[in-house]
Design a protein around this ligand. Structure first.
Ligand code: SF4
Ligand code: SF4
Length: 462
């Protein structure tokens, strides 16, 4: 990738420029336009405890309870200071449970006049003098603490620990995520600066990075940026940046927060109430309207996808095509997700697939003739084949941005060789999903790695 940078020489000296050489950019049809539509308030919003990893949710409300924007709906049993608040004011109308009483959704029906839980406002001057403890308590009380997350497990940051650094990603390289230049600009720069000052009360080292491809953003935030990182997806991931810059083992527990979430945190502190606005992207080859939409945190998927999909059986992938999950059509969007991708459900097996050249199928391994065209392809939910044994093709290690050898790591996991899979770098895995995507044997590598990380963490904690 050729990168054109137009910064003053003095600034270039301070800012570090990193090139990530691995990864892969999917060429998919259905990208969103930069058009932005502001939606009216939906009838309901929800929180999705099931989608917050590494917590044990305990309900603080029941069906029928009135709630304000910012009222606590549930808390983490393992640390009750970490609460999750309502993104809407109204009444709890449903609590949806899954198997084994997993709490899937807490649904709030919005009042026409919503009321807010009010918190003390923190001026920029007061922020300069606030103690770390006071700031942590405010962030916990306001329900914005969960936006701060901790590597390598990507769980909510531990309020009792001072992290070696906090990384702020002003970026979005995953296919079909909001363009950061649509919410990070001259208008929001003071809020970002305020938010960065708040983070500096939590850690001595705050790193701000983006992809140099976002030239307007680089110009606007040139004084704040400490790193640019160029390259294919997932170059924007905090774990990839950490992989390139870490010097000491304790830095593996660096915290991170995304640009849009830093705005939430800054608005909460400076305005004294929980912000409810969120920018999303609706995209995918089966989405009739592909664009940016401004709506509410926890909005219903049907509210975000304005028009009926273009295929009879659509699948709603929430959170991105490589890292996301299948959302229920009548469900809501989670705290961390910023995209809904609508894909055609592949319900039928193709007849004599083996003898079809596959001009229309996305491929990295040149399995299909589409690799000759190089044009964006339609992605559907077909995995184009069945699972088989590893054929040692090495595609997974070719794309892995943090140089794990996924096929070797998988073998040590299956053999329960803990020391070995740790030595292969399992904990560095940024859960980007590329290894599973490119694997011609359809081995669920990333799913296995995420589960193993989870199990290892559980064992360490216990
Ligand atoms: S091993 Fe992890 S980081 Fe590497 S490609 Fe797979 S999911 Fe991505
Ligand atoms: S891509 Fe799949 S088949 Fe190829 S080496 Fe990796 S795990 Fe094995």
């Amino acid at each position: 990738m050729t990168v054109a940078l137009n910064f003053p020489r003095q600034h270039l000296k301070r800012m570090k420029i990193i090139q990530n050489r691995k990864g892969y950019d999917l060429k998919l049809q259905g990208a969103p336009s930069d058009d932005l539509v502001s939606l009216s308030a939906p009838a309901t919003v929800a929180v999705l405890p099931e989608r917050i990893p590494y917590i044990k949710p305990r309900l603080r409300v029941k069906v029928g309870d009135p709630v304000q924007v910012g009222s606590v709906l549930y808390e983490d049993k393992t640390d009750p200071r970490v609460g999750f608040v309502s993104p809407g004011g109204g009444k709890v109308v449903d609590i949806v449970f899954g198997p084994r009483r997993v709490i899937r959704e807490i649904v709030i029906q919005l009042d026409s006049e919503e009321t807010y839980a009010i918190f003390p406002i923190l001026t920029a001057d007061e922020l300069e003098g606030i103690s770390r403890e006071d700031l942590v308590n405010r962030l916990l009380a306001g329900g914005v603490w969960p936006y701060l997350r901790e590597l390598p497990y990507r769980k909510i940051a531990d309020p009792d620990v001072e992290p070696p650094a906090i990384m702020v990603g002003l970026d979005g390289r995953e296919p079909f995520q909001p363009n950061p230049e649509s919410y990070l600009n001259d208008e929001t720069r003071p809020l970002i600066q305020y938010g960065l000052n708040a983070l500096k009360r939590l850690s001595d080292k705050v790193l701000v990075y983006t992809d140099p491809r976002f030239s307007n953003l680089c110009r606007t935030f040139k004084a704040e940026l400490t790193h640019t990182i160029a390259g294919h997806y997932p170059a924007d991931d905090p774990g990839v940046l950490l992989y390139h810059i870490r010097r000491r083992p304790d830095e593996n527990r660096t915290w991170f927060i995304h640009g849009q979430d830093l705005l939430v945190l800054a608005r909460f502190l400076s305005e004294g109430r929980y912000p409810t606005e969120r920018l999303y992207v609706v995209a995918g080859s089966a989405a009739a309207e592909r664009q940016h939409v401004r709506s509410r945190l926890g909005a219903p998927l049907q509210h975000l996808v304005l028009s009926a999909p273009t295929c009879p059986e659509p699948r709603y992938v929430v959170g991105g095509v490589l890292r996301g999950y299948t959302g229920e059509p009548n469900g809501h969007i989670g705290l961390y997700e910023t995209s809904v991708v609508v894909l055609p459900e592949a319900t039928e097996r193709e007849f004599v697939t083996l003898f079809r050249p596959g001009f229309n199928k996305p491929t990295r391994s040149r399995t299909f003739a589409s690799s000759i065209k190089g044009a964006p392809m339609i992605m559907d939910t077909n995995i184009n084949g069945g699972r088989r044994a590893c054929i040692a093709c090495g595609y997974c290690s070719d794309v892995c941005p943090v140089d794990i050898l996924p096929q070797m790591t998988l073998k040590s996991i299956l053999a329960e060789e803990v020391e070995e899979y740790l030595a292969h770098g399992l904990l560095d895995c940024v859960e980007c999903g590329l290894c599973s995507y490119v694997c011609p044997s359809k081995i669920e590598l990333v799913e296995t790695f995420c589960q193993t990380k989870f199990d290892y963490h559980k064992e360490q904690v216990s």
